[in-house]
Design a protein around this ligand. Structure first.
Ligand code: ADP
Ligand code: MG
Length: 253
């Protein structure tokens, strides 16, 4: 688990550095966006200059997205968690998820039974879900279904994780994940996409670690990927009293 430790060190160092830089950087980019936008609309300059100005705007938008992601990663909002029914949260959040997934991707949500409650900050959960859904969509550029499933489960394999969990599954039928990517994908800034920030899964892992959950990934090249996130259920292991063990998320329960 050296890679994991290294990734965590990298993340900790970044949290310190990033918070300060990201904010200023984002403000500075507004100059590029503002003047670039103005230039791109001027009619008294050659067309190729307007095109160059548009390219500046596009790059600045990407930079702003990166800074935004970095800020969220470095300074996650630490609103107090509350006891939530994840099904209700997903239902509320569905319009935003649909918009984020885009018209090419059909979002299919299913929750066969009541799943119980989880102690988590709402925005942390929706951020996690949004990042998984965005990745699923991006894995299927030609379109395809994104499935979200919520089920109550009991893990029995590892004594550290005994108890009841709410399992969130996000599946796609996209390209799948190769070995190298699988090893590194939770690292901040690791991306295989030309316009990726590499922060999505770092944020996912951060949220999961905070609540003492765990993540498993199943992927078949060319067939698709399923991300499984296990959230500890409220009161599951102590018969009424809440217990939220702070355990590291791992890929193997
Ligand atoms: P980004 O999406 O900006 O690249 P992420 O941290 O969200 O950053 O993801 C890191 C990498 O993990 C992606 O670049 C991609 O290679 C891989 N990945 C994540 N989710 C999926 C998925 N559903 N299918 C295939 N690859 C994925
Ligand atoms: Mg992503």
């Amino acid at each position: 688990q050296d890679e994991r430790a290294a990734a965590q060190d990298k993340a900790a160092a970044l949290e310190q550095l990033a918070a300060g830089v990201a904010h200023d950087f984002r403000n500075l980019l507004s100059v590029f966006l503002g003047y670039g936008g103005l230039l791109s609309r001027r009619t008294d300059i050659p067309a190729d200059a307007r095109k160059q100005a548009r390219d500046i705007v596009t790059a600045a938008e990407q930079g702003a997205a990166l800074a935004q992601g970095l800020m969220e990663f470095a300074r996650p909002k630490v609103a107090p968690p509350s006891v939530l029914d994840l099904g209700t949260v997903i239902a509320e959040f569905q319009p935003i998820l649909k918009a984020a997934a885009g018209s090419r991707h059909e979002l299919r949500y299913s929750q066969p039974t009541e799943v119980g409650q989880v102690f988590i900050e709402k925005e942390q959960f929706t951020r996690l879900l949004l990042n998984l859904v965005l990745n699923a969509g991006e894995a299927m550029p030609e379109g395809g279904p994104i499935k979200i499933r919520l089920v109550p489960v009991k893990l029995t394999g590892n004594p550290s994780y005994l108890g009841r969990f709410v399992l969130l599954e996000v599946s796609d039928t996209g390209a799948g994940i190769d070995e190298e990517t699988r090893r590194r994908m939770f690292e901040p800034f690791f991306t295989t996409k030309s316009k990726g920030t590499g922060l999505g899964l770092a944020i996912v892992r951060q949220v999961v670690d905070r609540v003492g959950g765990l993540i498993r990934v199943e992927s078949a090249p060319g067939k698709g990927t399923t991300f499984r996130v296990f959230f500890p259920r409220v009161g599951a292991s102590t018969g009424g009293t809440s217990l939220f063990p702070i355990l590291p998320a791992t890929e193997e329960p």
